[in-house]
Design a protein around this ligand. Structure first.
Ligand code: NAD
Ligand code: ZN
Length: 379
């Protein structure tokens, strides 16, 4: 089968690799119809997170079930399914509570919790930027989609990651109807957090970035674009909130945050949030920060330690929630919102490409080239 494989920093190729296949009775085999490039792929693509050469990318996947293992009895061949990026078992102590991002069964390292397709340090699973994908615990991990999803793949494929992740960020931030919400990052995840805040009836949603095309997408759904090229985002958010600061804050950038001048500042968005959010406000962090890796060279990213003004955070009585999204826990509800026409996450899709053009897609999305907000590939 054809698959998108990692070749080294800023290099991917589409190659022939051995076909994915059923390996265990609980597996489902999916023929991929849509698969996205995600900001999380860029951590590996840019070489910021180690990824073995030759591994297959892709954790935002949907497709048609083409084979099922002997122990699969809910999912059927021919079903169109979306796959949460977290691979989970459904029966461990954490999954039982809906914490599928922290599954204890699926990681290959007993000290870890949580697994994903095509991801560094998150289990041995191949990604779905390929013609076929093996889905472990298929009955649990396949979200069977309604018939209309065949025609609306660019909406439904967003259930694999970024729509639930944006929603998770607003859950962590405890967004309530009537709240003012400040979101850092107008990438796909930040835009989905803005959509989610809207769906939760936030009174005012402000989205910070510096790319006009991305800020325009935020504006399209009624959010206030905050361009940090034009001045301090903290001051701008204060102006929009009568000097109080936002009720809730969302971090949708991660450890690759940089200042408007292009200098890397892993702590910038966390610090800005502490300043932008009101006393007693709450902050959700879904942007990725990675743990310390003692074996890696000493640099800003490998330390795992990101300093922010904890004193001010404490003084303001704020609280913070963070981590990966438990996609499974939100999937049914968000799927219904799409089906009812209340959410249309495809508004951010800028490009639909054949899988062969993955190298192009990666390059432009990584550069944040004007108009390259979200790439969906069709093998
Ligand atoms: P992206 O890189 O396309 O978007 C990030 C955006 O942040 C860019 O538009 C960039 O211009 C902007 N930005 C950079 N520095 C900034 C700053 N100082 N202030 C404001 N904006 C700034 O990526 P994405 O796909 O939107 O993903 C965003 C983050 O979410 C990544 O770290 C990704 O790994 C993470 N993520 C987490 C989960 C989860 O489960 N927690 C799931 C998916 C993605
Ligand atoms: Zn993703």
């Amino acid at each position: 089968m054809k698959a998108t494989v990692y070749e080294g920093p800023r290099s991917v190729s589409v190659k022939e690799v051995p076909d994915a296949r059923i390996e265990r009775p609980t597996d489902v085999l999916v023929k991929i119809t849509s698969t996205n490039i995600c900001g999380s792929d860029l951590h590996m693509y840019e070489g910021r997170t180690d990824f073995e050469k030759g591994r297959i990318f892709g954790h935002e996947n949907m497709g048609e079930v083409v084979a099922i293992g002997d122990a699969v009895d809910r999912v059927r061949v021919g079903d169109l399914v979306c796959l949460p990026f977290n691979i989970s078992c459904g029966f461990c102590r954490n999954c039982e509570k809906g914490l599928t991002a922290y599954c204890l069964t699926t990681p290959d390292n007993p000290k870890m919790a949580g697994a994903a397709y095509g991801f560094a340090d998150m289990g041995p699973y191949d990604g779905g930027q390929a013609e076929l994908l093996r889905v472990p615990y298929g009955d649990h991990n396949c979200l069977v989609l309604p018939e209309e999803a065949w025609e609306k793949q660019t909406d439904y494929v967003m259930l694999s990651d970024i729509f639930p992740t944006g929603w998770h960020c607003t859950e962590l931030a405890k967004v309530q109807p009537g709240d003012t919400v400040a979101i850092y990052g107008a990438g796909p995840v930040g835009l989905m957090a803005a959509l989610s805040a809207n769906l939760k009836s936030a009174a005012k949603v402000m989205v910070v970035d510096r790319h006009p095309d991305r800020l325009a997408l935020a504006e399209q759904i009624g959010a206030i674009p905050i361009d940090d090229f034009k001045g301090s985002p903290i001051d701008q958010i204060n102006e929009h909130t009568n000097g109080l600061g936002a009720d809730r804050g969302c971090e949708c950038v991660g450890y690759q945050a940089h200042d408007p001048g292009g200098r890397e500042h892993p702590n910038l968005t966390l610090n800005n949030l502490v300043h932008s959010v009101k006393f007693t406000g709450t902050i959700g962090v879904v942007g990725v920060f990675i743990p310390q890796d003692p074996g890696s060279p000493d640099n800003l990213y490998r330390q795992g330690e990101v300093a922010f003004d904890y004193g001010l955070f404490w003084f303001k009585g704020q609280s913070i929630g963070n981590g990966q999204a438990n996609v499974k826990a939100y999937n049914r509800q968000l799927c219904n919102l799409i089906q009812q026409g209340k959410a249309k996450p495809s508004w951010i899709v800028s490009h639909e490409l054949p899988l062969d053009r993955a190298p192009d897609g990666y390059q432009h999305f990584d550069n944040r080239d004007n108009g390259w907000t979200k790439v969906v590939m069709h093998p």
